[in-house]
Design a protein around this ligand. Structure first.
Ligand code: ADP
Ligand code: MG
Length: 323
């Protein structure tokens, strides 16, 4: 069964940043209000996540890692089918199949906690322990048993910056949660969980950037659009500071980005890309989110309306600023 896990791992666990994303999403699902992420050497040697969520009940501890015990993978076609179905419930087994995992958790209603050690998918240790409420998970030596995949990892600084990008996006879309990110002991990010988007942006990007931001917001019968657009002073030569969330999920969407860029360019004399954070909320049935776990694409059933509304909203905010 470990083979099936390894195959799934090839899709879910592309690199350390995808592990960070899955683990942090688990902490969020567990209703954590405080999440600390520590990585070493770009997450290749260590990814450690500490949360104050509801924890995992003792009897569920092993199960959380063993979803694939009932794997239905039989043929190459089945593997392809899984690609289109997504990998829900398979992150932990996948991660545990290609790394050394230590997990310690105390379920909210339990008196004591439990710890478990899994290497390459095998439970090597399990015992009771005393610990604080919540969950600590350590993932060491990613791909230690899959050298062919380890070869594809980038430099530690590149992997670190990919992790930082992911944590930044998650922190922006969850201002109600406090996030800390440390890389080799150095603090890269700290948000305070005040619940305000503005506070999260200030913690992440600093006061000087935030002073150049304009808020926009517009509600339409099927779309709610809000976010911040930066004045020309903080525009960039690349699209690095363009962040889009659809229904709170980070997406990379050229069309939506262009709607904001066009509005920005109506007021800008430089040929640069704006700094912006855009949230689009709509009914889930009006969007097709590509459910492949490592992709972030979205398709609106009616993207003309979304596009126009975004353009008008951002344009309006910029126009008011120059008047
Ligand atoms: P999924 O999140 O899709 O259910 P995962 O493999 O990511 O699948 O996690 C398996 C299960 O382990 C989760 O459903 C959850 O019950 C439990 N779990 C994982 N991480 C945490 C956490 N940080 N806190 C509480 N429970 C967790
Ligand atoms: Mg998960």
């Amino acid at each position: 069964e470990n083979t099936a896990n390894k195959i799934a791992a090839g899709e879910v666990v592309e690199r350390p940043s995808s592990v960070v994303k899955e683990l942090v999403e688990n902490s969020i699902d567990a209703e954590a209000k405080d999440i600390t992420i520590e990585v070493e050497e770009g997450g290749i040697s260590l990814i450690k996540i500490i949360d104050d969520g509801i924890g995992i009940y003792e009897d569920d501890l092993e199960k959380a890692f063993m979803a694939h015990a009932t794997s239905k993978i039989k043929s190459a076609e089945d593997i392809f089918a899984i690609n289109t179905l997504g990998f829900r419930g398979e992150a932990l087994p996948s991660i545990a199949s290609i790394a050394k995992v230590y997990l310690k958790s105390k379920f909210i209603d339990s008196d004591s906690g439990n710890e478990i050690k899994i290497e390459a998918g095998e439970v090597v240790e399990k015992s009771k322990t005393s610990c604080a409420k919540g969950t600590v998970i350590e993932v060491r030596d990613i791909f230690f048993n899959v050298p062919a995949r380890k070869k594809f990892l980038k430099s530690t600084s590149r992997e670190t910056s990919l992790i930082s990008d992911i944590v930044t996006r998650i922190a922006i879309s969850h201002p109600e949660i406090s996030f800390k990110l440390f890389s080799n002991g150095k603090k890269l990010l700290h948000t305070y969980g005040t619940g305000k988007l503005e506070d999260a942006l200030r913690s992440i990007y600093g006061k000087n950037t935030c002073d150049e931001l304009l808020y926009f917001e517009e509600h339409h019968d099927i779309y709610s659009i809000y976010g911040y657009i930066g004045r020309e002073a903080i525009s960039r030569g690349s699209r690095n500071n363009e962040t889009i969330f659809v229904n709170k999920r980070y997406v990379k969407d050229r069309k939506l980005a262009i709607a904001v860029e066009n509005a920005f360019r109506a007021f800008s004399t430089v040929n640069k890309y704006p700094f912006f954070v855009l949230f689009v909320d709509t009914y889930p049935e009006l969007i097709d989110v590509n459910i492949h776990p490592t992709k972030a694409e979205v398709k609106f059933k009616d993207d003309r309306t979304a596009f126009k509304l975004i353009f008008d909203t951002v344009h309006g905010a910029l126009k008011e600023d120059v008047m």
